[in-house]
Design a protein around this ligand. Structure first.
Ligand SMILES: [Zn+2]
Length: 295
């Protein structure tokens, strides 16, 4: 699963005395959710929380060991709108690249837990001034380390602008996944990204408030049949333990029931019913993430 969060807390939550991140609850919930998905064959998840999200490499390590699921930690930076700390804003592109490279080669936040992927994000339709710096820095880090890049997009066509910037920066698009493309139902949009060589993340499977289950199933099926399934990735963007108001959503009952298993218990059986080739599905879940993450 290329885009999940084993736990999450809004940047800056520590400022509020009412917000307490409960380590033991986070570990317990994350481990039980990952174990449940492991029954369906889950071996590896990417934890897609970059700077400035609450990153706890010590907990990622514990959760991975206790659940027996590999967790790929992220370096990279989130959207400008969600608050670039002033320190980061003052760094040059080269310095940000060195920060990413350090986290990949040495470890995150002085730990020995290395990042295995770069996660980037752009907020609106335009790529912001700082978001642009992060993309150029990520491409330097990608060239130096060979790691893949995954992204977060918000505007239904934001992926195009992201891709323009990746191309301008000279990224290896075979190892870039434009994420949250399933915020949109527009197959032309999905294919326009795939045609340029990047991969397409249908990584909000189960978020039915954004797109109904039925529409998402149709979109996923159409993309598979478009002939670009070798550039497709599936994931939930599910948070097993979320700290803060942000995580009080109307979809809570759904996520409590499914966690990281919705894809395996609902989406994949429905695709099979529609006669989507099983070997294609295997390839989407195994070969495609291996290409993005491997190297
Ligand atoms: Zn996410």
């Amino acid at each position: 699963l290329i885009h999940e969060h084993v736990f999450s807390a809004l940047p800056g939550f520590e400022i509020d005395y009412r917000q307490v991140f409960e380590d033991e609850s986070a570990v317990k919930l994350a481990v039980s959710s990952l174990r449940a998905a492991r029954e369906f064959g889950l071996k590896t998840v990417v934890d897609a929380s970059p700077i400035p999200w609450y990153r706890r490499p010590d907990l990622l390590k514990r959760i991975s060991e206790e659940s027996e699921v590999y967790i790929v930690a992220s370096t990279g930076i989130y959207t400008e709108r969600m608050g670039w700390p002033i320190h980061l804003k003052l760094l040059s592109v080269e310095e940000i690249a060195q920060l990413f490279i350090y986290e990949i080669e040495k470890g995150i936040q002085r730990s020995s837990v290395q990042a295995g992927v770069i996660k980037l994000a752009t907020g609106g339709f335009e790529v912001g001034k700082y978001e642009r710096k992060a993309i150029f820095a990520a491409v330097i880090a990608q060239k130096s380390t060979g790691v893949g890049i995954i992204t977060h997009t918000e505007d239904p066509r934001g992926g195009i602008r992201q891709l323009d910037t990746f191309e301008e920066a000279g990224a290896d698009l075979s190892k870039v996944m434009i994420g949250h493309m399933d915020n949109s139902q527009d197959l032309e949009y999905h294919m326009s990204v795939a045609k340029r060589g990047a991969s397409v993340g249908f990584d909000r499977i189960g978020h039915y408030k954004m797109l109904s289950h039925e529409s998402r199933l149709n979109v996923v099926e159409s993309f598979i049949r478009s002939g670009y399934s070798s550039q497709m990735l599936l994931s939930h963007d599910y948070v097993a333990y979320g700290q803060g108001r942000f995580y009080e959503t109307e979809e809570q009952a759904h996520w409590q029931e499914y966690g990281y298993t919705y894809l395996f218990r609902e989406l994949l059986p429905q695709l099979e019913k529609r006669s989507v080739d099983k070997s294609l599905i295997h390839s989407i879940l195994v070969d495609n993430p291996m290409r993005i993450l491997g190297g």
